[in-house]
Design a protein around this ligand. Structure first.
Ligand code: NAP
Length: 246
């Protein structure tokens, strides 16, 4: 059964990592998928080529999620190409880690713009089509670090905690329009973002399941939140972190 058949899903940052996993899983479940990237055009083309046999519509757009005007023209273009947007996944994100004493204003601002302002930019643009459809699902990819904090990541943790407050507010504000908004808080997932991490053994010691998570484990939860199977779930934060926050 294809649980997303007929739905149009827009994913920011779908060229690699967790976002690319979501593009694959959403397409497998019958969704038509629009995804964005900032610079990885070759990877985006490869992903589209790989998924051609699925027989769904998949398109990539170069669009900087941190830029309000670009988000506005992106959603216009996606609606021209696909007709509507039923599901938005705010996935694009970056890290600029540093201890607070050394963190520059630029590192703070860059993370806030890319991780939090981007969520405002995209969410604002999809509300009208979702209200017209009388349904919608918005999924924000936060982090366990936004729930627990992490030394050396004050900027990243603050942006991810901000996403949680935003998620709960949108759920309250738009629930009466049948627009749901949930967050996923992944723990350490094997991607290029975590490849950069030093002292991995130290992190593993604090994970009850004693391993990092996989991209597919996050993508599966996103498919569920995108689908009508989660129709009575809104304003929630789903932690997928191997029990790290328990
Ligand atoms: P990743 O491998 O670094 O991929 C990031 C993706 O976001 C890429 O497709 C990148 O595009 C895109 N991107 C970044 N900034 C963008 C912008 N301003 N506009 C448009 N696209 C942008 O990251 P990941 O590990 O898959 O992480 C995905 C999300 O999960 C992030 O929000 C991250 O904070 C969150 N997360 C990750 C982990 C983890 O362990 N990996 C844990 C918790 C939360 P380009 O390829 O063009 O650069």
């Amino acid at each position: 059964m294809e649980i997303l058949k007929g739905k149009v899903v827009l994913i920011t940052g779908g060229s690699r990592g967790i976002g690319a996993g979501m593009v694959r899983k959403m397409a497998e479940q019958g969704a038509n998928v629009a995804f964005t990237y900032r610079s990885s055009s070759a990877k985006s083309e490869d992903l589209i080529e790989e998924l051609k046999p699925m027989g769904v519509e998949i398109k990539a757009y170069q669009s900087d999620a941190s830029n309000y005007e670009e988000a506005e023209s992106l959603v216009k273009k996606v609606i021209e190409d696909f007709g509507t947007v039923n599901v938005l996944v705010n996935n694009a994100g970056i890290t600029r880690d540093n201890l607070m004493l050394r963190m520059s204003e630029e590192q703070w601002d860059e993370v806030m713009q890319n991780n939090l302002k981007s969520v405002f930019n995209l969410t604002k643009q999809v509300l009208r089509p979702m209200m017209r459809n009388r349904e919608g699902s918005i999924i924000n990819i936060s982090s366990v670090v936004g729930v627990m904090g992490n030394a050396g990541q004050a900027n990243y943790a603050a942006s991810k905690a901000g996403m949680i407050g935003f998620t709960k507010s949108i759920a309250k504000e738009l629930g009466s329009r049948n627009i749901r908004c949930n967050a996923i808080a992944p723990g350490f997932i094997e991607t290029e973002m975590t490849d950069e991490l030093g002292n991995k053994d130290q992190y593993l010691a604090n994970i009850p399941l004693k391993r990092f998570g996989t991209v597919d484990e996050i993508a599966d939860a996103t498919v569920f939140l995108a689908s009508d199977m989660s129709g009575y779930i809104t304003g929630q934060v789903i932690s997928i972190c191997g029990g790290m926050n328990s």
